[in-house]
Design a protein around this ligand. Sequence first.
Ligand SMILES: [Zn+2]
Length: 317
Amino acid sequence: MLLLATAWAPSLYSGAFRFSDSMGVDVVTHPRGYTGMGGILPVSIGIDPTSTHADAMVQPVLNIVDTINALVPSTGNLLSDAGVPGDSYDFESVALHEVLHSLGLAHPNAGKESGLEGAERNYTRATKGTNGWFDLNAGRDGVIGSGDDQRGDDVNLHWFRQSNNNPFTMAAIVDSTTYSRDAANLPAGHAFATNGDRTIGNLLGVVSTEAVMRQGAARGEAQRSLAHDDVATLRYAMSGLDELEGNQDDYTIELTYAGRTTSADIVLDFDNRVDFAGSHVNTILPLTDTHFSIHSSAVVLFNEDWPWFFSGGVQNP
Ligand SMILES: [Zn+2]
């Protein structure tokens, strides 16, 4: 049985997995092709041959393939000196975020899709709980999204490291023995899952660092390497259906660049059906009650009306 997802991860749309809002709070979403069999999971990325900027997209896409395959967590991944003009958005950074959506990740923060406005979108991703509204209180530190937030009956959707609730670190083993979505498994003294927003990095002494999956892109800024939270969330899914590392259902994502084609697991295209950028998946495949894999090819769209910068030095080609 396939489920119609009709889900956009809307633009300026880890901690968290796509479809956990709609399909259940414990949902883990896997890339296209995962069925529960472990090993190498090949995922191809193509560029629509008819796309505007198709030439300029190639080098950024090759970089993204390397970045995700390496799965190396970084700090200091927000760069203001990467050569991105102050009026432009860095295509590689935005595309990295959208490709990760296309592999199953959601925003660790509430984001635009929550209906919240402004800084309230920085609260950690959660459901509204039984009362039907978000309970928002930044706690004593006044920093939204940190571990002392008081969230009432909101149900956390962000997978956190159980030992320290710090998304700027990563456990050696990433699975259900070290990470959890259930707030009952937070460290003593913590009230809610911390997300990888840059303001929280500053609070925790990790500067110029933000989860790539945190919603929002800034002009003039590059964010081309993964934060610990991004890697941990991918690795949590890679621990497979049993959510335990070291078993036969573990997989490793192997992205490949498929060239200029729409026959790929992920297809990138400039197309003004989106305001900025977004990843669209038509169908998802249930594997268990809580595990789903992306079934249809993911289409990642970018709006060509913005000023874009392409790594390799090309601006608005
Ligand atoms: Zn997004």
